[in-house]
Design a protein around this ligand. Structure first.
Ligand SMILES: [Zn+2]
Length: 416
């Protein structure tokens, strides 16, 4: 029998120090969309000869070129093909946020589908969000399963993916997508229906014409940050490959053999988040919550995770804009905001979120190291200006709960 010896781990700390040093310097001018303001540091942004970005082009496609009536007929055909054939008619990946809540609501109430809601526990789910989930699941009368990964493993992957990609959410990106496919195999349900159309937020990968395929390629291209579970196993210590299974897609051949169809509802029904929020609020009691670094008009966005503000702050450091500006850009495209009004909202993105304190304790990292890592992932030509950042925000209402939880548990890093 051959004994396998593990390759020595590659420590990224030196790379971070070198990169940060190289990146220090004044910011150059940044190209922004002539219509919506999105900067060139957006991951998939490209600009046409008139200086208009690809997301604005997608919005025009959505409003002027897509025949939404025939799209809905296409949806009906797909649903009829699968209705009544399995234990459930469809799997709905369900965070409980406004988009997946809307998807569950539309499929059960409008199309009378028997769906299984599948949640991946993001580990920092806020109390108000859990109340929203409870309301929706009860009201719609759906069956619901939740996948949850090990705290020890999550902690390790958070530090590692922060260092390597400037994004601590690798476990959540991958777990959220892998779990519904696993549930589909477990229950032999070949139809998966995701929510909002991806093209509104990242116009470079897909379009309304192509739709957003939600398959193995999508997972590797857009979801897993270029790190699969096997890579992660090679990066971190004291975690077995089987512990990383929650973040791994099931065998795609098995999915194909089952005849999987995996679609986004937003490719078939035109998405209108503010209107959808109002209906969810009125019909199901779904409630918004204060979200760090987000303008109050968008407090129905991203209410799920306590660390959302810190995640968005990281994007501000890396790319010079974050969720408030991104969300405001959508409203500029629809004419609800002017370009100038959207530009003024940048100060919401430029705040040090109080939740950063919780994340630092959780990862056993000091703020200087965190900032070094974040700045090492800046996207050219953006250069982060620390003076642009406002002091720590006031705590959101569940902040002390997370501090108490951390104080009450033994830090695995202290174990000998
Ligand atoms: Zn634009």
């Amino acid at each position: 029998m051959t004994r396998k010896t593990q390759a020595s781990k590659f420590d990224v700390s030196n790379v971070i120090a070198r990169r940060t040093k190289e990146l220090l310097g004044k910011s150059s001018s940044i190209q922004r969309c002539a219509k919506c303001l999105i900067p060139e540091t957006e991951q998939t942004a490209t600009f046409n000869d008139a200086g208009i970005c690809n997301m604005c082009e997608r919005a025009e496609e959505r409003d002027e070129q897509v025949n939404w009536e025939s799209r809905e007929q296409e949806l009906q055909t797909i649903l009829d093909q699968y209705r009544g054939k399995s234990r459930f008619d469809a799997i709905v990946p369900f965070s409980g946020g406004k988009d997946s809540a809307w998807t569950a609501y539309v499929l059960t109430k409008r199309y009378n589908l028997k769906v299984l809601l599948v949640t991946f526990d993001s580990h920092f789910r806020r109390p108000k969000h859990l109340q929203n989930i409870e309301r929706i699941v009860r009201h719609l009368g759906c069956e619901h399963i939740t996948f949850r990964a090990s705290d020890h493993v999550i902690r390790k992957t958070m530090v590692e993916s922060l260092k390597r990609r400037g994004d601590f959410c690798w476990f959540c990106h991958t777990g959220v997508v892998a779990s519904p496919f696993k549930a589909a195999l477990m229950h032999k349900v070949p139809l998966l229906i995701w929510g909002e159309p991806g093209v509104d937020y990242s116009g470079g990968y897909y379009s309304y014409k192509t739709k957003t395929p939600s398959d193995e390629r999508w997972f590797n291209r857009q979801i897993n940050l270029g790190i699969n579970a096997e890579d992660m196993h090679g990066f971190i210590d004291d975690v077995e490959m089987r512990d990383l299974e929650p973040f791994q897609l099931p065998s795609w051949q098995e999915m194909k053999d089952m005849g999987v169809t995996s679609i986004h509802l937003g490719d078939y029904i035109k998405w209108d988040a503010p209107k959808q929020y109002e209906i969810l609020n009125k019909e199901l009691g779904w409630e918004m919550a204060e979200v760090e670094n987000l303008h109050p008009r968008y407090h129905y966005e991203k209410v799920e995770c306590f660390l959302q503000g810190t995640r968005d702050f990281l994007r501000y450091i890396k790319r010079g804009y974050s969720r408030t500006v991104q969300r405001a850009n959508l409203d500029v495209r629809t004419g609800e905001l002017t370009r100038e009004e959207a530009a003024e909202m940048i100060h919401y993105d430029a705040q040090r979120p109080a939740s950063l304190d919780v994340l630092l304790k959780y990862m056993d990292m000091d703020e200087e190291e965190f900032m070094d890592i974040a700045e090492s992932h800046q996207i050219y030509p953006h250069r982060h200006d620390p003076d642009s950042v406002r002091p720590a925000q006031k705590k959101i209402d569940d902040h002390d709960l997370w501090e108490e939880r951390l104080a009450g548990e033994e830090n695995p890093a202290d174990k000998s």
